[in-house]
Design a protein around this ligand. Structure first.
Ligand SMILES: Cc1ncc(COP(=O)(O)O)c(C=O)c1O
Length: 457
């Protein structure tokens, strides 16, 4: 640690705090970036530098960093009732209102909402409910869970097992047994040149069916998917993908869970990613935009088929043996209700669809660069994937850290973005103005040109 850091907040952070999703030893050398305040789509660090947050935190601060109405909703609820539980018949009114509002907005008819504090907890709850549901209907052997390579569903033990990213498994001896993964529907890396998108979708559905048959359909409980993969690199599925997948799931009585933790609440230009692709989920998880991240809250919606079977089963045990102290927190519910009101008032989906072309077309204009392999995305989520060789799509060696170098150069230009492997990802607040997005795109264009030049290309 540089000695001048020792008594600084940076030094104290290094001495006292282990950061999630961080290389601890690198952190001891680099120290933290301390964010002090936020205003609109911008955040400011303790060195007085201001940045557009092109990732909306972790894909979550949809309404920006200074939405007064969310703060007031939290403060009002804190003063009235800062906490009550939802175990064993208790509840507060904001939680009832929020459950009703979510059901009204659901992409398909849903029956009930269960609340948690994080996306991972919502995913774990869905996994446990899939197990519980099949036990309830007399098929307890239907327990295996299928996810997809590169999917991200969180880092609790079950959610991490479902996640299809090696860096969430390394060192933990995960995934747990009973968690299986099929291919990522990546048109850039997975689709053959001779194939149409529809052919590729069929071929992915066949892969899923072959896995189900190999494992035994009587052992498979559920399939989980993000409508558009986020952390896996903003992977937009090919035409017909979810139709083909859902046909297979229905054939073998496998539950479909849509993980809308990133896609929900307008990110794709539809209220739910499910609506973009005609998904008919049995359960749906959401978080992040639910409260615009002003309070940790997540939700799981379940359909009536699941609810009715589960409800009968809870009688056999005199209660459903699952739940979290902070699930259905009144302050989180009050904040989320206000966020949902704001999305409706702002007509957030229409707004995203209007602004999205500035991001999507602006980034696609970078396609001519010799180091840009693919540009993809929908709504206000996008990715730029870098390659060493465009013709063969050969990636750079990981040590070249090209996406990371572009992200660093972008930061110098006042924009924060995230490098995930060889890919730079974008998820600005949904309240960004066209000018803000244009500023992000311009910073990226300059930075790509700079790194390209440094690489002698
Ligand atoms: C699709 C998806 N599911 C689940 C999660 C986990 O959410 P959390 O970090 O709140 O546990 C995330 C987080 O990024 C996510 O993107």
């Amino acid at each position: 640690m540089p000695s001048e850091m020792s008594n600084s907040p940076q030094g104290r952070d290094i001495r006292s705090h282990a950061h999630p999703q961080t290389n601890f030893r690198a952190h001891e050398k680099i120290g933290p970036m301390i964010i002090e305040s936020g205003n609109g789509v911008r955040i400011r660090d303790t060195d007085g530098r201001t940045f557009i947050d092109g990732m909306a935190g972790l894909w979550c601060t949809a309404l920006g960093f200074s939405e007064r109405r969310l703060m007031d909703a939290a403060y009002r609820q804190m003063q009235k009732l800062p906490y009550t539980q939802t175990f064993a018949h208790r509840v507060s009114e904001p939680v009832i209102d929020l459950a009703e509002t979510l059901l009204q907005h659901a992409p398909v008819p849903m029956s009930k909402v269960m609340f948690q504090a994080s996306g991972s907890e919502a995913v774990d709850t869905a996994i446990k409910l899939a197990w519980y549901y099949f036990a309830a209907i007399g098929k307890p052997e239907k327990r295996k869970i299928i996810g997809r390579l590169r999917a991200y569903h969180g880092t609790t033990i079950a959610a991490a097992s479902l996640t299809g990213l090696a860096n969430m498994h390394n060192g933990f001896a995960l995934p747990l047994p009973g968690f299986l993964h099929v291919s990522c529907p990546d048109t850039y890396r997975g689709m053959r040149e001779s194939e149409s998108e529809a052919d590729y979708s069929e071929h992915l559905a066949q892969e899923l069916e072959a896995l189900i048959l190999a494992e035994g359909p009587e052992t498979i409980a559920a399939f989980f998917a993000e409508p558009v993969m986020g952390t896996g690199g903003v992977v937009v599925p090919p035409d017909g993908y979810f139709d083909a997948v859902q046909r297979v799931l229905r054939k073998y009585d496998i539950l479909f869970v849509a993980d809308e933790v990133i896609c929900g609440f307008g990110r794709t230009g539809q209220y739910w990613g499910s609506q973009l692709f005609g998904l008919q989920p049995d359960m749906l998880t959401c978080a992040k935009g639910l409260s615009s991240a002003y309070f940790p809250i997540s939700a799981l919606m379940i359909n009536d088929r699941i609810y009715q079977a589960v409800a009968d089963f809870t009688q056999s045990f005199n209660g459903f043996g699952h739940g979290y102290t902070y699930g259905g927190h009144p302050v989180g519910a009050a904040v989320a209700l206000e966020a949902l009101r704001l999305y409706d008032e702002l007509d957030i989906c229409a707004r995203v669809r209007e602004i999205a072309p500035v991001l999507q077309q602006g980034l696609r204009a970078l396609s001519g660069s010799p180091i840009v392999g693919d540009v993809r995305g929908v709504g206000l989520m996008a990715a730029v994937e870098f390659v060493e060789d465009k013709a063969s799509r050969r990636p750079f060696a990981p040590e070249a850290n090209v996406a990371g170098r572009v992200a660093d150069a972008v930061k110098e230009r006042g924009v924060l973005l995230r490098a995930l492997g060889q890919t730079l990802v974008f998820s600005p607040p949904l309240v960004a103005e066209k000018d803000d997005i244009a500023e992000i795109v311009s910073a990226v264009a300059d930075s790509v040109a700079l790194v390209q030049e440094q690489l002698g290309r």
